[in-house]
Design a protein around this ligand. Structure first.
Ligand code: PLP
Length: 382
């Protein structure tokens, strides 16, 4: 099987699984307990936190473990907006993940916030001048993703965060897809809050963390015993925290891996465009994640291509996994101006750290066959 759906989820790396194992078995202590078993669990949790803080360039007290990207986005957006007395205006964009969109819509519905949705161009980019124009004296929070999960477009996050700060607004970024592929350190930017998800980088589903700058107030979502510096109550998932830190430590060198996979991606896109004249690449041509290549195959069903590829042992996604199961066209593709019919033709190939040139040459051949098969039987216009 050639797995090219790493933006949906990744396999748990053996190192992460091995590191988690003791904390699920013999070392089952509660980190809040004062006996030895508890102290060892606490130490493991705090070591994991320190590793992640070191990787992100922040203080240990600024890392909160979560159950993944969705919770991290909810906590950062809702928690920061509700704790900041500055005003009730939020700025974001319609190409964000549902975890961000729905958190903001919750604030609008239940807490009377007003939202400005920034326009995106046809490759999914936000114009920094549009952010500047949208900021107001009562703008509390700006939330813009580092990299898009469907089309791979990368935003100039340091620049956008600096603009938000000029107006005194707090800046959150969803870095779920960027982690492991781009430099997301927070000591070289003015980002105030950043979300990561473990299962996109070799840790188990249900693991994750959020960075929230220490000076900021945060209203917790989960109330209880006051764990995680009062930001997220509930007995900590020590095993998943350790797995997350270990998966991060096991990531390959960023610069060389980004160069390796970007070269594979570009060769793959060139090959697809040669063999499939109806293919329209989506996303920014250069400011994009190394590991995502997405296309619309005009006139063909993306879902049918996915199934034909699967018959050839190539696993991809026909849009965002989170939207799977619904026949609605992707909100990201429609936001960048792709019509609803064409959006149904989308296929996303997302590579992983173990993807090789040979995998992609097999995938390109399988795609050429899949397109022939779908063209013969499965046109969406039929
Ligand atoms: N944000 C982005 C950009 C994502 O791609 C995803 C998952 O696909 C999430 C948030 C949600 O993360 P999780 O699945 O860990 O809840």
């Amino acid at each position: 099987m050639i797995y090219l759906d790493n933006a949906a989820t990744t396999a748990v790396t053996p190192a992460a699984l091995q590191a988690a194992w003791p904390w699920l078995t013999a070392e089952f202590g509660n980190p809040s307990s004062s006996h030895e078993l508890g102290s060892r669990a606490k130490e493991a949790l705090e070591n994991a936190r320190a590793q992640i803080a070191d990787w992100l360039g922040c203080r240990v007290t600024e890392i909160t473990f979560t159950s993944g990207g969705t919770e991290g986005d909810n906590l950062a957006i809702t928690g920061l907006a509700l704790a900041n007395p500055r005003g009730k205006h939020i700025i974001s964009a319609k190409t964000e993940h549902e975890a961000v969109l729905e958190s903001i819509e919750f604030l609008e519905r239940m807490h009377g916030f007003e939202v400005s949705w920034l326009p995106v161009d046809e490759v999914g980019l936000i114009e920094p001048a549009d952010l500047r124009a949208a900021l107001r004296a009562d703008s509390t929070l700006v939330s813009l993703m580092t990299a898009n999960n469907e089309i791979g477009t990368v935003h100039p996050i340091a620049e956008l965060a600096a603009i938000a700060h000029e107006f005194g607004a707090v800046f959150h970024t969803d870095a779920v897809q960027a982690a492991g592929w781009l430099d997301i350190r927070v000591d070289t930017s003015q980002v105030d809050a950043l979300t990561i998800s473990g299962h996109k980088l070799g840790a188990p589903k249900g693991s994750g963390a959020v960075f929230i700058r220490g000076r900021l107030g945060l209203e917790p979502l989960i109330h209880g015993g006051g764990q995680e510096f009062g930001r997220r109550s509930g007995t900590e998932n020590v095993a998943w925290a350790v797995a997350l830190a270990t998966a991060i430590e096991a990531l390959p060198d960023l610069a060389s891996e980004a160069a390796r996979v970007s070269a594979l991606r570009d060769a793959f896109i060139r090959g697809v465009l040669q063999t499939a004249p109806m293919a329209i690449p989506t996303g920014h041509p250069s400011s994009r994640l190394p590991n995502i290549a997405s296309f619309c195959f005009a006139g063909l069903s993306g879902e049918a291509i996915l199934l034909e590829l699967e018959r050839r042992e190539v696993i991809v996604s026909s849009g965002s996994a989170c939207a799977a199961g619904s026949n609605e066209p992707s909100h990201v593709l429609t936001a960048i101006g792709i019509d609803a019919d064409t959006a149904q033709t989308a296929v996303r190939f997302s590579f992983g750290h173990s993807t090789t040139e040979a995998d992609l040459s097999h995938a390109a051949n399988a795609l050429a066959e899949a397109i022939l098969a779908v063209g013969a039987t499965g046109k969406i216009s039929e």
